[in-house]
Design a protein around this ligand. Structure first.
Ligand code: FRU
Length: 503
């Protein structure tokens, strides 16, 4: 008997598993991202259940195998040992029980003391329409138990319902449970919720056995500051600092923070374990690009806190045609650290094993023109740039690097030292429509000196600024044959480039 055979699989799950096997062979590997995880077939959104189980990292994801657009949510599944090479496993969950009849929304995973992998997720069921004509979904929290391949839903689902909510909490916006084991062996879960008066909130629940749950308290409140509804919480201690992560809908910009309608935030705060109270001290965006949402983290066996996010944006994820065979990809998994009051993000060190030919060009002077450099091109690249004013007494106006470039297309990252602004711009990337395709971030530099680390994949770029103190991520839809890279200066700029082709 194969591992997983003892599970009773529903007709819906068997259908999804057969469908993904049949359709994935129609997608050529070169039409997918090279080192970012993309949907096996159809649509992908949030990462779910990111966890270490039985010697592998498991990543589930919000999944609609039958269409390249969002629909009744399943959980797709992939595993990796190095965060770079992923292997798809069969679809893990389908909407096939009473409390999740219309979808298995986001959630998390934990290993139980008896060795089973447990998924805690949101089940949704349609319940009429709101005054604007949107379908209302009753949302409850549910469990499934498995062996790392197949999962069986708990017979006593749901384990948390509208009855467990504090006053004012909406049962139509109660989701994305993030479970963890407390030091005393009991369990906690944070779930996102909407409060009719104050907007998004994170609710804390507790359990002795991971099966029976009770409400503890409202852990964090939006009070209508950062967007409206909050989603996908995560909470951990890192480098002696408590960090709460969330994603927010309907955000409005605050100076150069929160420029995405749907975006992510992190909060630093103090935490009193006695009263289980979180005291928020500060909040910031996690990613200043266009595409990053709903991240989850895990702790590796060697103690690293790794975060992965959905590299997409709810505002721009519906521009593709229906026949697109896959849609949705994850960010590069990023190692997190807290330094000087900032959440630093750097690509996992395992990415280095993909580095092949390395080209180094040092102290290249660019004066009021654009240049290319020998050996520096490609659509799967890891490139580090050190940029500085050739003459610190005469500050340059602008530096830009363009990539995924040919006569017609390019995507650019530009830096204006007078304004301390870094901008990502994909308006010439070949997108279907000229909607807003740029984001700006305030960056630190030492009189024009700044470090940029670009991860270029076939359909994305991630820009890590100054060793990860800020990150800008964006997907691009440019023909992979557009593989030029060029450097441009308005004024006199000196750059050093370390460029690695990834193979
Ligand atoms: C976030 C989210 C979650 C929800 C899921 C549904 O992107 O809206 O709150 O669980 O997507 O697919």
């Amino acid at each position: 008997m194969e591992k997983g055979d003892e599970f009773r699989l529903s007709a819906e799950l068997i259908k999804a598993r057969e469908y993904e096997c049949e359709k994935e062979v129609l997608i050529r590997p070169e039409d997918r991202p090279y080192y970012h995880l993309s949907s096996r077939v159809g649509w992908m959104n949030d990462p779910n259940g990111f966890s270490w189980y039985n010697g592998q990292y498991h990543l589930f994801y919000q999944y609609h195998p039958y269409d390249s657009h969002w629909g009744p949510m399943h959980w797709g599944h992939a595993v990796t040992e190095d965060f770079i090479h992923w292997e798809y496993l069969p679809c893990a969950m389908a909407p096939d029980t009473v409390p999740d009849a219309d979808g298995c929304f986001s959630g998390s995973a934990i290993t139980l003391p008896d060795g089973r992998h447990m998924l805690m997720y949101t089940g949704v069921v349609k319940d009429g329409e709101d005054p604007f004509g949107f379908t209302k979904l009753v949302q409850t929290q549910n469990l499934a138990f498995g062996d790392g391949i197949s999962y069986e839903k708990y017979s006593r689902n749901p384990v948390l319902t509208g009855k467990d909510l504090p006053e004012g909490g909406s049962l139509f916006a109660f989701r994305d449970p993030r479970i963890w084991k407390a030091e005393d062996g009991t369990y906690r879960a944070l779930a996102a919720n909407d409060n009719e008066d104050s907007g998004g909130q994170m609710l804390l629940f507790r359990s002795d056995d991971a099966l029976h749950w009770t409400f503890v308290k409202t852990f964090a409140r939006n009070n209508n500051r950062i967007g409206k509804m909050w989603e996908c919480p995560d909470f951990f201690n890192l480098d002696g600092q408590y960090v709460l992560i969330g994603s927010s809908q309907d955000m409005l910009p605050k100076e150069l923070e929160y420029h995405n309608g749907n975006g992510t935030f992190y909060m630093f705060g103090d935490y009193d374990p006695e009263t289980e109270t979180f005291y928020e001290r500060s909040n910031h965006a996690i990613d200043y690009g266009i595409d990053f949402y709903a991240p989850q983290t895990l702790l590796t066996p060697d103690g690293r806190r790794i975060m992965i996010g959905w590299m997409q944006n709810w505002d721009t994820c519906n521009l593709h045609v229906k026949s697109t065979p896959w849609f949705g990809q994850m960010s590069i998994p990023r190692e997190l650290h807290v330094r000087n009051g900032i959440l630093y993000q750097t690509p996992v060190k395992e990415l280095n094993m993909l580095r092949k030919t390395e080209m180094v060009h040092e102290n290249i002077l660019i004066e009021d023109r654009g240049i290319t450099l020998p050996g520096v091109f490609g659509r799967t690249a890891d490139m580090e740039l050190m940029i500085e004013a050739a003459d610190p007494e005469r500050m340059f106006q602008k530096f830009a690097v363009r990539f995924a470039e040919n006569e017609e297309h390019h995507t650019g990252v530009s830096f204006r030292p007078h304004e301390s602004i870094l901008k990502i711009d994909r308006k010439f990337s070949g997108s279907r429509r000229a909607i807003i395709h740029q984001r700006r971030a305030l960056v630190r530099h030492d009189r024009g000196k700044i470090k940029l680390h670009l991860l270029i994949d076939r359909f994305s770029v991630e820009v890590f600024v100054n060793d990860g103190e800020k990150v800008l991520s964006a997907t691009i839809n440019t023909d992979p044959r557009a593989d030029g890279i060029s450097f441009h200066a308005d004024g006199s700029v000196r750059i050093s480039v370390r460029h690695c082709h990834l193979k």
